[in-house]
Design a protein around this ligand. Structure first.
Ligand code: N01
Length: 544
């Protein structure tokens, strides 16, 4: 299947078939008319929503905007059951998208891309898979996701454990029967916080091993009424427009006030309303505009949440352990929960503070900490991911002169706009490090990248070009800009996966772009309108 005589096998290879890979495939194949092959390691499509089947897994952005906007027919016909749907429903949605747009015929499931080498003589990539296949493509697009390389911490003794253990990001399809079991759960990020109440209700006993307490806000989930559904569908254009023109990709009216310019009573009333009625991300994005930039402003929200925890959790000692201190609210990704803190009032739940008494080893029968031994039948690792770079670096990726991406990113990820890497021509990264990605509503950020990339590829083709590559100067300037903007915020004050701080030995660099979705989108559009400023474009004479 050659695209041009003597040219690569296909025009583009897409790695991954989650939210980003599915839309990228559709866009390149059905809008641009290119030959495209997508590879997906899973047995099915869905990416994050295929792998993360742990109990309690649900979206914590609201369904009506945590979805594709590119097809009005799709958004009109799909019916969401609730504000925050559970994982199986989101996976059904992505399966529906794959069928509706007839995507499956170009997706190779159960196939992991293991290598990608740029061939300077033909301006194309040679891509290898774990089943020994090789394919050449003009363009290589990474749709591997930001949170897909599971992190199982190297705790000594895991191999000796005689019970079962699971990572939440690779959950068994048949589910796990917790009945009558003593379960240990390590990790209290968004995942651990979603899983805790559900596992507690299903197991004999749950022990939660907490290294860092988290500022979680109630989700306040509810079923979507027919009226609300109809109202959303009638106003979709406006909702999507608001999201596109917002800082975080959410269709909320942003607050224009500082937390410090209102009276303590007004502030308390605002937080109370957002906590007890709205719930979710509106607490951080819809309250005050300086929570992530001004420590005194942040303290007001942090203290409100700590007091809520103290009022919910009956045992004051447990409440104090659950109350986050020492880092600002929102500088780790804020979790959203349903009865998380209430769960610690159950008789069958124990909280173990492993900051105070660290885990020393896993034994055949449980977990040992400096404070004691906890007999367990099952261990659940809710210990997160090697975020933003992990999955990409698993591929043996080689650019110009054989330089590996690992070598290039030794000191932290370097990209131009989060979209391209100098020295790795014709490679595009969807929601890569250096783009707003994980700080925004992901499907919106994905659509913006997919559309920008496909427009860019269309431009190269209409101008008879075979190569596009970020220049080192543009990359250096963008990396500096990403760092400078992050330095204006409180983000570096927490040990978060945004900084790579959760992975031992990973270079500490703030990876996402914190300058806002709308300004970022406008910058990308301006760069394209200026003939792809900061990119070197060329035509390879041998292949044209
Ligand atoms: O992972 P995390 P996650 N020993 O890295 C602890 C998205 N998401 O899977 O904070 C002991 O946030 C670690 O402790 P600490 C969302 O973007 C979305 O929960 O590093 N503990 C922390 O408590 C989210 O942010 C949805 O001190 C160890 C936990 O494990 C991202 O995925 C739902 C440890 C890991 O928390 C990742 O969330 C769920 C060790 N060696 C998640 N190593 C949606 O609904 C780590 N920990 C869309």
């Amino acid at each position: 299947m050659a695209t041009t005589q003597g040219g690569p096998d296909v025009d583009a290879v897409v790695v991954g078939a989650g939210f980003s890979g599915l839309y990228m495939l559709h866009r390149l194949r059905d809008v641009l008319g290119l030959t495209v092959r997508a590879y997906e390691a899973g047995d099915g499509v869905g990416g994050t929503w295929y792998w993360n089947r742990y109990p309690g897994a649900r979206c914590d952005s609201e369904s009506y905007y945590y979805s594709y906007s590119f097809s009005d027919e799709l958004q009109q016909e799909w019916v969401w059951s609730s504000k925050y749907p559970e994982q199986p429903e989101i996976l059904r949605y992505l399966d529906h998208v794959a069928d509706r747009f007839d995507l499956r015929r170009d997706i190779r499931l159960r196939t992991r891309v293991t290598s990608a080498v740029f061939d300077e003589d033909s301006d194309s990539w040679r891509i290898g898979t774990d089943d020994g296949e090789e394919v050449t493509a003009r363009f290589l697009i990474s749709a591997v996701g930001c949170l897909s390389a599971a992190n199982v911490p190297p705790i000594p003794g895991l191999e000796s454990f005689e019970g079962d253990w699971y990572h939440t990001g690779a959950w068994p399809h048949e589910g796990v029967d917790f009945s009558g079991k003593r379960v240990g759960l390590i990790g209290t990020g968004s995942t651990g916080i979603q899983a805790t109440p559900v596992i507690a209700a299903q197991s004999d006993h749950l022990t939660v091993f907490q290294r860092t307490p988290n500022y979680s806000v109630p989700a306040r989930n509810f079923a979507m009424s027919d009226e609300w559904q109809a109202e959303i569908k009638a106003n979709y254009a406006d909702i999507r427009q608001k999201a596109r023109n917002s800082f975080g990709g959410f269709p909320y009216a942003p607050s224009e006030k500082s937390a410090l310019e209102v009276t303590p009573e007004e502030r308390e009333a605002t937080y109370e309303q957002l906590w007890s009625e709205e719930g979710g991300f509106k607490f951080i994005y819809g309250s005050y505009n300086d929570l992530l930039t001004n420590e005194a402003a942040n303290d007001t929200a942090a203290e409100f949440i700590r007091n809520k925890i103290r009022s919910i959790v009956h045992d004051p000692e447990v409440a104090e352990k659950l109350a986050p201190k020492g880092y600002p609210y929102g500088t780790k990704r804020p979790p959203i929960d349903t009865h998380y803190f209430e769960t610690f009032n159950r008789d069958n739940v124990t909280l173990v503070d492993i900051r105070e008494a660290p885990i020393t080893e896993i034994t055949p029968t449980g977990i040992r900490t400096e404070g004691g031994e906890y007999p367990l039948d099952i261990i659940v690792f809710a210990t997160g991911f090697d975020a933003m770079t992990g999955s990409l670096l698993k591929i043996d990726m080689r650019g110009r002169g054989g330089l590996t991406l690992k070598e290039k990113w030794e000191g932290g990820p370097l990209t131009y706009l989060g979209l391209q890497v100098a020295g790795f021509p014709n490679l595009f990264v969807i929601t890569g490090p250096g783009s707003p990605s994980v700080l925004t509503n992901m499907p919106g950020a994905i659509e913006q990248h997919v559309e920008w990339i496909s427009d860019c590829i269309a431009y190269t083709r209409s101008h008879d070009l075979t190569c596009i590559e970020a220049t080192e100067e543009a990359e250096d300037a963008w990396v500096d800009h990403v760092r400078e903007i992050a330095d204006l915020t409180l983000f570096s004050r927490a040990d978060s996966w945004y900084l790579g701080a959760n992975i031992p030995g990973k270079k500490r660099v703030f990876m996402p772009y914190v300058g806002g979705f709308q300004p970022y989108r406008e910058r990308c559009d301006e760069i394209a309108a200026n003939g792809y400023e900061g990119f070197a474009l060329s035509r390879h004479t041998a292949t044209t």
